[in-house]
Design a protein around this ligand. Structure first.
Ligand SMILES: [Zn+2]
Length: 155
């Protein structure tokens, strides 16, 4: 696994343990080149999901993108990182168990809203208010960048 700080590919696993109720393995890693420490999660990839945008374009489902948008919505909210990870895994599991590999982006947005509504109302409102524009634009990157200005600056 390549070090995210210096790019060195020869990093070491210091510790592995089950996470998220045993659906993931959490590994703490160490980079001997720069001393950087980072954590990775290993998960079963049940299937390769494809997102269908409203303009018909197809795009591989990207868990990181999903996580980024949810992280932004939850910024400075009293929700523990583990809870957020569980929520994201739950969303992905739902998507993977829908019986289709092709999933409309609209469906993903709705599942995210539903999940956020259950754990944090403020985050839900943040996500939902931007999601209305997102449906028109239907572009996840644009969506994430539009979400950002509504939030207080990062510390
Ligand atoms: Zn490094």
């Amino acid at each position: 696994m390549r070090c995210p700080f210096c790019g060195n590919v020869d990093t070491q696993v210091k510790d592995s343990r089950p996470a998220e109720d045993h659906v993931a393995i959490r590994r703490r890693r160490f980079c001997p080149a720069c001393g950087g420490r980072f954590t990775t999660y290993e998960r079963v990839q049940l299937r390769d999901l494809v997102v269908i945008k409203s303009n018909g374009r197809r795009e591989d489902f990207d868990r990181d993108k999903l996580e980024r948008s949810i992280r932004i919505a939850l910024q400075k909210r009293p929700v523990e990182p583990e809870r957020m990870d569980q929520m994201i895994s739950g969303i992905v599991r739902r998507l993977e168990s829908m019986g289709e590999t092709d999933i409309p982006s609209k469906v993903i947005g709705e599942i995210v809203m539903e999940s956020l509504a259950r754990i944090d109302t403020v985050a839900y409102v943040r996500f939902a208010s931007v999601y209305k524009n997102f449906q028109a634009a239907d572009d996840f990157d644009k969506f994430v960048s539009e979400l950002r200005p509504n939030l207080p600056p990062q510390e």
